[in-house]
Design a protein around this ligand. Structure first.
Ligand SMILES: CC(C)(COP(=O)(O)OP(=O)(O)OC[C@H]1O[C@@H](n2cnc3c(N)ncnc32)[C@H](O)[C@@H]1OP(=O)(O)O)[C@@H](O)C(=O)NCCC(=O)NCCS
Length: 255
């Protein structure tokens, strides 16, 4: 049989290596964020990159039981007490363009702002203004902006200043900040959210767009496992009930 080809991990009878590094050395000398970076990028991070990716993972870890991913995980755990993994997977399934996955679209949008500024000899702000005008004409929301809870997302400035301190912040952070300015005057004041911030710093770290969603998932799984564990430990099965009001056809008879 033709073997699968991979450059991630080699697992032999007595050894295990990630991207060529012995697992024991990684376990003893490096942290989880460095290992995530190594898996995705094929090299170990610099100290600044490691701190920043760690910040991204911590920022993504949990947003309370009411966040869609956490609520979904608890709902699955409420109805199915026989599968921890189903509950965690149920939470992950909510992650998408509106929740936790907007970082991927942000990274594509940031790349387009930067390419437009370069190709048309515009400032980043001018390119961001045009992109927001086009999004509005097309009736599209701008990913990475707005939040159901926060008027200021407490994770954003921290990630941006960590990126600046590490000498990593560049056009990605500048483009995201320009998009926030463009939306403020064209739609309404809306904060950059965690997806926008992690999209910007991952862009400046050289990650591809899909990392904007995948690395959020890596972080959020930490919170989902705790949410599910608490649901099992503290709550009765089937405790989650919604108020539901029927507003369809009144009772009627079959002909
Ligand atoms: C996060 C989000 C879902 C919150 O939505 P919300 O609670 O409905 O937001 P608000 O009540 O503050 O705003 C509602 C209005 O502002 C506009 N608006 C909200 N976010 C917008 C955005 N990112 N770009 C443009 N317009 C936006 C909407 O068009 C909406 O008007 P409508 O109801 O006439 O369509 C929303 O801001 C959004 O879709 N953001 C983009 C996706 C994203 O970044 N998700 C990650 C969240 S952490």
């Amino acid at each position: 049989m033709e073997p699968w080809h991979t450059s991630l991990v080699s697992a032999e009878a007595t050894s295990l290596r990630i991207r060529g590094y012995d697992i024991a050395a990684l376990m003893q000398k490096r942290g989880f964020a460095a290992t995530v970076f190594l898996l995705h990028r094929g090299r170990l991070p610099t100290a600044g990159e490691e701190r920043l990716l760690n910040g991204v993972l911590v920022a993504s870890a949990d947003h309370g039981a009411g966040a869609p991913s956490c609520a979904a995980a608890r709902l699955v755990a409420s109805g199915n007490r026989q599968s921890l993994s189903a509950a965690v997977a149920g939470g992950i399934l909510t992650i998408g363009d509106a929740h936790g996955g907007a970082g991927a679209a942000c990274m594509t949008m940031i790349a387009s702002v930067i390419a437009r500024a370069r190709d048309l000899d515009l400032t980043i702000q001018e390119a961001a203004d045009r992109l927001v005008d086009e999004s509005r004409s097309a009736g599209r929301r701008v990913p990475g902006l707005g939040h159901r809870v926060h008027t200021v997302d407490p994770r954003v400035d921290v990630l941006f200043s960590m990126a600046r301190d590490a000498g990593i912040a560049g056009d990605g952070v500048a483009a995201m900040q320009a998009l926030e300015v463009a939306v403020r005057s064209r739609v309404k004041p809306m904060p950059t959210n965690v997806d926008g911030a992690l999209g910007a710093v991952l862009f400046d770290m050289g990650f591809p767009p899909e990392a904007g969603m995948l690395l959020f998932i890596v972080g959020r799984v930490a919170g989902l496992t705790a949410e599910v564990a608490e649901e099992y430990a503290r709550e009765k099965p089937m405790r989650i009930k919604f108020a539901v009001q029927y507003d369809g056809e009144p009772p009627r008879e079959l002909e």
